[in-house]
Design a protein around this ligand. Structure first.
Ligand code: CA
Length: 708
């Protein structure tokens, strides 16, 4: 049986040519507006009615003002604008307020998250945004707090711990305010927690209700809003397995939307823990409510309906991706629907009334875990080979765990009827754990129940090239009515930014290769491509003040993909990572400062003192303990260090003090002394020394340090 299966496989992509657009009509009367909700309004279409910037003049956009941000980690927030003030949250859960016209900083708030908490964050210490309501600002912190501030002064009003901080819970998503409640979820399903959504009183911060997404280990009532549905039905969808120990996962780490028309609250539920359904649930049951959209009564948190997109989830196919509410004519009748493009690669149209599946069509090419959906049963038609824990054979899944679409927000333009999806191709191999290292359950790091050998590329230059070529991104304009891709734009790399669309017939998107772009919304003609010095992962927003329309977004590369990708990051490895808020307007004249000079690194690997057996042992340990933050082959990414040129690589004692002693814990590198022996730590060093020599010899283009 093949053990070394590459994480990323060459893949034929069907290129969809973008078409030239026709000039559009003159702009209509301008509507004055803020961007006062993370998704523009409760429907979260990320569509602005502003059209002062349009297809005729978008090429005249320049920088109105910009602000450098303190931390060179992922910046994923959408800027919120209310009454002339612009609010962002940043890495490490900090909040900043600016004058939206001039860029003057009004206040900032640092909740003081301890650096070592980063080890519990699967996907960087990011924060996707704040909620503003009636003069108060709400946001979550990476250590699980929900905080309310005075939006004018930045003074703290209240703070509540929403999680058990002895467990690896995190918060990265934005809260939503519904009636007199603030709704928040959490993350941590890679490490092993039990997911839930909570509602807190906006005035006092006291808990109003909680809905767990998976049953508790004892099968008893929690006194939670979800008790009844678990007693009636959901608990029976779980078999015996590790979920009882791990918590089962099912975290609600991003999308929560309120339906003002139907007075229902919807949220997307994440993957199971461990990923491996065979270990998690004995290979038995659908495991509600993993990978589902769940509707609850917002006043009580009581269950209304659910639709499970990936039953018996086993590939990290979360349903946490942004949910858009829309209306759609079906057989001559208008239906209230949800649009959803989760990791698993299918675009779902779901009836908001009762969760009925209306359609599920692929929005990317090459999906191989399922061939489609049976609309009668609402279930996927699976490829049996995809369930690696049943076949006992490795499987290269498309999409992989990073998804055909991840958290990067999509947008919907009611005029074109198209949804603009930041899509990507990142295949991934899955197999059952074979080594004792992968079988073990640890306090630190991922506990997902798969073999990590499969996550590392073999030493073959052609395979490396193929992995880079197979890892790409696309802007997909998807038509929910036809279930087809109307137009698309191919990008050379994955993990591009979220999208925004406007009444100016425009779609905006930043790229992981460092450009901020605009396209015509109807045809996909590129109308703007501004170099921004840094990769971009966030989504933009737009607003108008004193007759001028502005477009705001954050730059930085960051989040899960740059952490784990290693060589498959391709061209993005050399793109700088500059955390910055940038605001554009027509005729904007501000200039970004010159990039600092890159100093040449002398590539001088220390002598290899380990045996081939020790290097091999170190590779397994690296995959299990280090890979998800330092990347495949330890090649670095621009915001965690390139270990191949680490200053302590040649010094056994210094290396051990960093890896086990926690000397860099304020940066997130906690001590692994409790789960790695001295010999294991030394074997990891031997492996990284080997990587340093190997890349120098075989991949000289990979020896340049990643841009910082
Ligand atoms: Ca996950």
């Amino acid at each position: 049986m093949r053990r070394l299966v590459m994480m990323l496989m060459p893949l034929m992509l069907v290129a969809c040519e973008s078409q030239n657009s026709e000039p559009t009509a003159a702009p209509a009367a301008v509507v004055s507006t803020d961007w006062d909700h993370i998704g523009f309004d409760a429907k979260e279409q990320r569509h602005s009615p502003l059209d002062l910037i349009n297809t005729e003049n978008v090429g005249e956009l320049g920088i109105a003002w910009f602000k450098d941000l303190p931390d060179a980690r992922g910046q994923e927030a959408t800027p919120i604008v209310v009454d002339g003030k612009l609010y962002i949250s940043t890495a490490w859960s900090k909040v900043f307020a600016y004058d939206a016209k001039t860029g003057e900083e009004l206040w900032s708030y640092d909740p003081g998250v301890a650096g070592e908490k980063a080890v519990d964050a699967c996907c960087d210490v990011v924060n996707r945004g704040v909620a503003i309501n009636r003069g108060k600002l709400y946001f979550g912190t990476i250590d699980g707090r929900l905080i309310a501030l005075d939006a004018i002064t930045g003074a703290r009003l209240w703070e509540t711990q929403t999680t058990d901080n002895s467990k690896p819970y995190t918060i990265t998503g934005a809260p939503r305010v519904v009636k007199n409640m603030v709704i928040i979820g959490n993350g941590g399903a890679e490490f092993g927690v039990r997911g839930y959504v909570s509602a807190y009183d906006t005035r006092s911060g006291s808990l109003k209700w909680r809905f767990y997404t998976v049953p508790n280990a004892e099968g008893k009532a929690d006194g939670a809003a979800s008790d009844e549905i678990f007693e009636k039905a959901a608990a029976a969808t779980w078999g015996d397995g590790e979920w009882r120990e791990s918590g089962g996962g099912g975290t609600v780490w991003d999308s929560i939307v309120y339906d003002e028309e139907l007075d229902q609250l919807y949220f997307g539920v994440g993957n199971g823990n461990p990923w491996n359904h065979g270990l998690r649930s004995g290979g038995v049951g659908d495991n509600l409510f993993l990978s589902s959209i769940v509707a609850v009564n917002p006043d009580t948190g009581k269950y209304l309906w659910h639709y499970q997109e990936t039953p018996a989830e086993t590939w990290d196919y979360t349903a946490t991706q942004p949910i858009i509410q829309a209306e759609m004519a079906i057989d001559g009748k208008m239906r209230k629907v949800l649009y959803h493009a989760p990791k698993n690669g299918f675009f779902f149209v779901i009836d908001r009334l009762d969760g009925t599946l209306i359609s599920a069509e692929p929005f990317v090419e090459g999906i191989n875990w399922a061939t489609g959906y049976d609309l009668e049963t609402g279930r996927p038609i699976e490829n049996p080979d995809a369930r690696f824990y049943k076949t006992g054979e490795p499987f290269i899944a498309i999409p992989g765990a990073l998804g055909a679409h991840n958290w990067h927000p999509m947008s919907y333009n009611p005029k074109t009827g198209l949804v603009y999806i930041p899509a990507q191709q990142i295949p991934q191999g899955y197999e059952v754990p074979v080594s004792d290292i992968d079988k073990a359950r640890e306090r630190l790091g991922f506990n997902v129940g798969i073999g990590w050998a499969i996550g590392q590329l073999p030493d073959d230059k052609e395979v490396y090239k193929a992995a880079v070529a197979a890892t790409t991104g696309q802007l997909v304009a998807f038509n929910p009515k036809t279930g087809k891709v109307e137009w698309s734009v191919d990008y050379p790399a994955a993990w591009n930014g979220g999208t925004m669309t406007t009444a100016g017939n425009l779609v905006f998107q930043g790229t992981s290769t460092g450009f901020f772009k605009a396209y015509s919304a109807d045809k996909g003609a590129e109308l703007l491509s501004l170099p921004m010095q840094s990769g971009i992962v966030s989504a933009p927003s737009t607003y108008m003040i004193d007759g001028e329309q502005y477009v705001a977004f954050l730059t930085s590369k960051g989040g899960a993909f740059p952490l784990v990708a290693g060589v498959a990051g391709g061209v993005t490895r050399q793109v700088p990572n500059i955390p910055r808020l940038v605001v554009l307007k027509l005729g904007g004249k501000a200039k970004l400062p010159a990039l600092p000079e890159q100093s040449d690194v002398v590539w001088d690997p220390p002598q290899q003192t380990g045996t081939p057996e020790q290097v091999a042992a170190g590779k397994g340990l690296y995959g299990r303990n280090c890979l998800v933050c330092h990347g495949d082959s330890a090649v670095g990414n621009g915001f965690t260090p390139d270990l191949r040129v680490s200053g302590v690589l040649g010094d056994k004692q210094a290396w051990a003090s960093v890896v086990t002693g926690g000397t860099l814990k304020q940066h997130g590198m906690v001590g692994f002394g409790s789960q790695l022996s001295a010999a294991q730590v030394e074997n990891i060093r031997h492996y990284v020394v080997e990587r340093s020599h190997w890349t120098k010899e075989h991949l000289p283009d990979m020896t340049a340090p990643t841009a910082r």
